[in-house]
Each structure stands twice: as C-alpha cells, then as structure tokens.
Design a binder for this molecule. Structure first.
Ligand code: NAD
Length: 287
C-alpha cells in the first residue's frame, strides 16, 4: 500500500527500511526517519499498513509492503520496494516472535535465520555511510556460554546452512525459550560478522538487546506460561519496572546517528539491570 503525504517520491531519496511494524520498530523509526522515505515491511499486512499510515499522518513519508522475515524471497522483494525510492541508508529490524507466540521451528526460522538473511541482503546494497540496527534480547545473555566453535558457527555459517547446525536441531533445543535465546545469541554473532562486510561499504550494523519492554509481544509473554517469571524479572531488576519502547529508541538513535560513528559490530544490553540481577542479585536462580 502506498501512503503518500505530498512529498517527492523520486528515486534519489534516503530510504529507511523498517522490518517489523511493532512498537519498538516504530519508536526507533520516528527518531531517525525524518528526511527519509520509510518502507515498512511486516508479515502482517494490516500491521504494516497501520504503521505506515501512522507515520504518514505524523509528517513522515512512508509506504508499506508485506515482508515475511522467514523467507529470503520476501526479504529481497521488500528491499526491491525500498530501492524504488532511493538507496537504503537505514535498516531497522524489529520483527520477531517470542517464546509464547511460536514453536521452536518458527522461532529459529524467523528470529535466527530470517535476521541472518536480512543482514546479509541489506549488507549487499546499504549506502555508504548507512547504518542498521537489529533488535536482539537480554534473553540471549542469560543462556550459558557456547563453545568457541559454536559461536563461530553461528557467526559465519552460510545462511542456508544455519538451521542444519547440530546445536539448532529440535532434539537439542529444550523448549521455545531456549530457541529464542539461541536465536538472539546468533543475532549478536551475526552482527559482528556482518559488521566486517558492512564496513567495506562504509556502513555500520549493530544490535540492541532489551529487557522487558511493554509491547504486544511482551503482553503475550505476561499472559503466557512464563507470565509470573517475566513479571518477577522486572519487579526484581534494579529499575523495578519494564521499559517503554521509547527508552530502547533513545539508545538506538545514538547508535544509528553520527554520534555513534565508532560503534559497529556491537550489541548493547538495555534491560534495567535484569541481567546483572540474574547473575549477581535477587534474580539469581537458587542452586
Ligand atoms: N517486547 C519485549 O519485551 C522485547 C524484549 C527483548 C527483545 N524484543 C524483540 O524486539 C523485537 C520487536 O518486538 P516488539 O516487542 O516490538 O513486538 P511487537 O509485537 O510490537 O512487534 C513485532 C512485529 O514483528 C512482526 N512479525 C512477526 N513475525 C514476522 C515475520 N515472520 N516477518 C515479518 N514480521 C514479523 C509482527 O507482525 C509484529 O508487527 C522482536 O525481535 C523481539 O524479540 C522484545
């Protein structure tokens, strides 16, 4: 769906490609999307349309398209839509499914494989000086260390072989939370490896790893089988509350802007102290 607000839609604009039309993606996009054409891709067409319309009525220039992060062809199609308006200068990847929303297989296909493909495909066309951010999670920071070989496999295995790795086989994944943690760990390793390639184009790619942020995804978790666990997590972290999407966007804005010019290949934890408390405070699991 095209949502125009009367501005120039020629092919020489800076383009921001937002994948995932949810709360965190919207908050980040509003920080950096001025003077760009924003293409909003989401698996859910209505969600993409609503976010593009919201941006347009707030003075941004925005279009929507359907993009399923779990399909390479769908990612390539969204990039092609974006390129109709100019070169991609910003990537915001805020699409994903949570442990209470999907099966192990779907979490690995969307959050792990899809993110890897998106970073690879945008990395082939990102403008000089361009920057990207992908939303990981503090959840990946709680999982125990993987071996150095496994970390390297997550970072560098060709995308189409990633889901064949032994540590990602369903029989080796305990449950959907474990799948989510593996996906988010992989996001961070992929960001490091991709930063090297993006750097050869004069571009940067990073990740943010939020704690609990109140969004539809988090509300599904509060109402899911691990609801008490999540509520306890924010009650007993230093902040004593969940975050708003805007708080995540403050950090993302720094990383995406010129002030973040020395930041690439990094994942910033932003969780109100939940990970610190998990290892060294009241959230530490009892032996
Ligand atoms: N909310 C939190 O507490 C929290 C914490 C840490 C990390 N995250 C991560 O933040 C990201 C954004 O989540 P949010 O909290 O803004 O949730 P949200 O529900 O507001 O948005 C998620 C969006 O992703 C879209 N989506 C789902 N599957 C997709 C697919 N296959 N292809 C394209 N789009 C798809 C959904 O339709 C939705 O619009 C996710 O990666 C999530 O894992 C969220």
């Amino acid at each position: 769906m095209a949502v125009a607000n009367g501005n120039d839609f020629g092919a020489n604009n800076k383009v921001l490609l937002l994948i995932g039309a949810g709360q965190i993606g919207l908050a980040i996009t509003r920080r950096v999307g001025t003077d760009t054409v924003i293409v909003v891709g989401d698996k859910n067409k209505e969600a993409a349309d609503v976010t593009a319309q919201l941006l347009t009525t707030a003075g941004f220039r925005s279009f929507s398209c359907v993009c399923d992060l779990s399909e390479r062809a769908s990612i390539q199609a969204a990039i092609a839509v974006a390129q109709q308006y100019g070169q991609i200068h910003y990537l915001v990847n805020a699409a994903g499914v949570s442990p209470s929303q999907a099966s192990i297989e779907t979490i690995l296909k969307v959050d792990l494989y899809g993110t890897a493909v998106l970073l690879e495909e945008v990395g082939k066309v990102i403008a000089k000086g361009g920057t990207g951010i992908t939303v990981s999670s503090q959840s990946g920071h709680r999982m125990g260390a993987l071996s150095a070989a496994e970390d390297e496999q997550l970072a560098t295995t060709p995308c189409e072989d990633l889901l064949k790795l032994p540590l990602l086989q369903v029989e080796n994944v305990k449950d959907t939370l474990h799948a989510y943690q593996l996906a988010k760990r992989c996001n961070e390793k992929r960001v490091m490896a991709e930063a090297v390639k993006w750097g050869t184009r004069g571009a940067r790619i990073n990740a943010v790893a939020p704690g609990i942020v109140v969004t539809p995804l988090a509300i599904d978790e509060f109402n899911g089988p691990r609801g008490d666990f999540y509520k306890d997590m924010f009650a007993r972290c230093s902040a004593g509350r969940p975050a708003t999407a805007d708080e995540i966007a403050h950090l993302a804005e720094l990383m995406l802007s010129d002030k973040g010019a020395f930041i690439t290949g990094s994942t910033f934890l932003i969780d109100g102290g939940a990970t610190a408390s998990y290892f060294y405070g009241p959230l530490k699991p009892q032996a």
